[in-house]
Design a protein around this ligand. Structure first.
Ligand code: ADP
Ligand code: MG
Length: 582
């Protein structure tokens, strides 16, 4: 027997998709306040939000009669007809958030429009709508949510500790607030102010306040546009790359959301300067015509799709690449601002501790910089890092046939000679080939290789770009392709091995290098790997030559695969380490 489910059940099911935890409630309520044009928003939470969440705003408010509909599902003021779905400019549009929240908590809305003489109040208790009553209220809206999941114990059991839930809310609010610099945000947890972001704070400032002082002076600005699309924001020095992707933040028309191809394109653009297994840190805002963005693909609106996915991915790729090459640090950002004064500073991510606890741990890769790059007493921002080889002393120490040690302009410099060698070779290759088609080594007998269907499809699609890089492939029927030529630089490698490397990326096609430049780059780094043998003992003259070449490098700090080439301990850092100064 088929039944139409009663509305409470429908709403509970919807709530399962929209409200996963207290932070999801805060997200929906904040988005509503922003959509209502609020200039000030105050969030209060108790018990990690499970006991109570209250969001108070000074936005447009509800008309009293509309309050009756607030908790009805699919009730929204933001969408009237099907056609509106094509160009959504508000954060909300599904009309499901309040209905979902009302179904699984005890809620209350008190609201007043600026022009009305009095406000009104309505409650909704586990889906049971109360009476509409007049209420005294300042213009704006208060939405209060108590006892989250009180009637869905299974959900309640999935909640983490109040501290953990509170941290999620804190982080979420920092992220949502980043792109609304015109709005004043406050978060109060259990009576204690946790976050205060005054309106008018600069973007960099909010980023540093939210994500840690180590970012100060190490954020590069990104700005580019292509037709109706624009991207702007900040990219962090790749040395600050993380082991997780939680600082890959992209706002699409003001909405924090993910899109696979976009994420892949940005990672691809950074690949060369990131160590394996690290994720870049960026804070980018993409502006796109709303009709070319589909925001209606995820119940919590966390994903979007682009009509012109490739074009957007290309723009992001180019923008990030250019920023990474220019390394143009944004203007000095103070290490503290009015907002951070009371902002809780979670110890684990507000900068390097005095000495990293894992400095001597053996099972981890060595920290990129075992000292804080800037301490509170240092200048607030750092200039782009100078080339460590700029002025060189006569004498070097070669240690274990691998490290070069010498006195730098400030302190001690340690160089990974092979990483440096690769970088030198790589830049020479690039310089040689710039603007010229790659030299091709034609094969007397084409090599025929069978591939998985999607590998073959990708390869043929990229054939033109591959050809520019000197790699000639053609369809050979069935699942086979024929390789007719390979880049001369790679003449010593087998075509099969080259194909394998080209196709070796994660099975996500989007992550594969598509653009001509990316493919060329990949060939170059293959060439480097082929050229450099490790464990070579360099003769003094060779060392001098190598370092001499390093003086003109464009990117002296990393090898083409992103490993650092140098470690520089400044005098100040050495003195701190040896407790000569505090
Ligand atoms: P949506 O945001 O998708 O429209 P919601 O369930 O989140 O759906 O909200 C339903 C409606 O309630 C909104 O369309 C809006 O008209 C109104 N609303 C919600 N929160 C506020 C608020 N803080 N101020 C004014 N109106 C609000
Ligand atoms: Mg909403």
């Amino acid at each position: 027997m088929i039944r139409v489910l009663p509305p409470e059940v429908v709403n509970q099911i919807a709530a399962g998709e929209v409200v996963e935890r207290p932070a999801s409630v805060v997200k929906e309520l904040l988005e509503n306040s922003l959509d209502a044009g609020a200039q000030r928003i105050r969030v209060e939470i108790q018990g990690g939000g499970a006991e109570r969440i209250a969001v108070l705003d000074d936005g447009g408010g509800f008309a009293p009669e509309d309050l009756r509909l607030a908790f009805a599902s699919h009730a929204t003021s933001k969408l009237a007809a099907l056609a509106d779905l094509d160009h959504i400019a508000s954060l909300g549009f599904r009309g499901e958030a309040l209905a979902s929240i009302g179904a699984i908590a005890r809620c209350r809305i008190v609201s007043r429009r600026a022009g009305d003489t009095a406000g009104a109040e309505i409650r909704c208790d586990g889906g049971q709508l109360g009476e509409l009553r007049p209420a005294a209220a300042a213009p704006g809206t208060l939405i209060e949510v108590r006892d989250l999941f009180f009637n869905t114990p299974a959900r309640r059991r999935f909640l983490r500790t109040p501290q953990a839930e509170r941290a999620r809310i804190h982080e979420l609010m920092q992220k949502l607030a980043l792109v609304r610099l015109d709005v004043d945000f406050t978060l109060v947890a259990d009576g204690q102010p946790l976050l205060r972001l005054p309106a008018g704070t600069a973007f960099e400032q909010r980023v540093v306040t939210a994500f840690g002082r180590e970012l100060a002076g190490r954020l590069w600005s990104v700005e580019r546009s292509s037709g109706p699309y624009t991207v702007r924001g900040l990219l962090a020095d790749p040395e600050l790359a993380r082991r997780d992707s939680t600082r890959e933040l992209l706002w699409i028309n003001g909405r924090l959301a993910r899109e696979r191809a976009a994420t892949a394109a940005i990672r691809q653009a950074m690949r060369e300067s990131l160590m394996g297994g690290r994720f870049p840190v960026y804070f980018l805002q993409l502006g796109a015509p709303p009709e070319l963005v589909d925001v209606n693909v995820h119940p919590a609106k966390a994903e979007v799709r682009f009509v012109e996915s490739r074009r957007v991915a290309g723009l992001l790729h180019d923008a990030v690449r250019a920023a990474a090459q220019q390394r143009g640090a944004v203007a000095a950002v103070g290490a503290s601002d009015p907002g951070s004064a009371i902002a809780e500073r979670p110890v684990a991510r507000s900068g390097f501790p005095d000495l990293p606890h894992d400095l001597f741990a053996r099972d981890r890769p060595p920290p990129v910089f075992p000292f804080p790059r800037s301490s509170p007493t240092d200048a607030p921002a750092e200039a782009p890092r100078p080339n460590p080889f700029a002025s060189l002393p006569e004498r070097f120490l070669q240690v274990h046939d691998l490290w070069l040690v010498f006195a730098g302009t400030d302190g001690i410099v340690v160089v990974d000679q092979h990483a440096l060698h690769e970088r030198v070779l790589y830049e020479q290759l690039c310089a040689r080939d710039e603007g010229r088609p790659a030299r091709i080594q034609r094969l007397l007998v084409p090599e025929v290789v069978e591939l998985a269907p999607r590998d073959k499809a990708w390869l043929l699609e990229a054939a033109e770009a591959l050809a520019e890089s000197g790699f000639l492939v053609a369809d050979f029927g069935g699942l086979a392709v024929a390789v007719h030529g390979i880049p001369a630089l790679l003449a010593r490698s087998s075509p099969r091995a080259l194909l394998d490397t080209l196709l070796a990326d994660p099975d996500d096609e989007e992550a594969r290098p598509r653009a001509r430049a990316a493919i060329q780059e990949r060939f170059h780094s293959m060439a480097c790997r082929a050229a450099v043998r490790s464990g070579d003992r360099l003769q003094p003259a060779e060392i001098t030559a190598l370092v001499e070449q390093a003086r003109t490098l464009r990117h002296p700090h990393n090898c083409p695969h992103g490993r650092p080439t140098t470690l520089n301990w400044s005098q100040a850092e050495l003195e701190r380490w040896f407790r000569r100064r505090t």
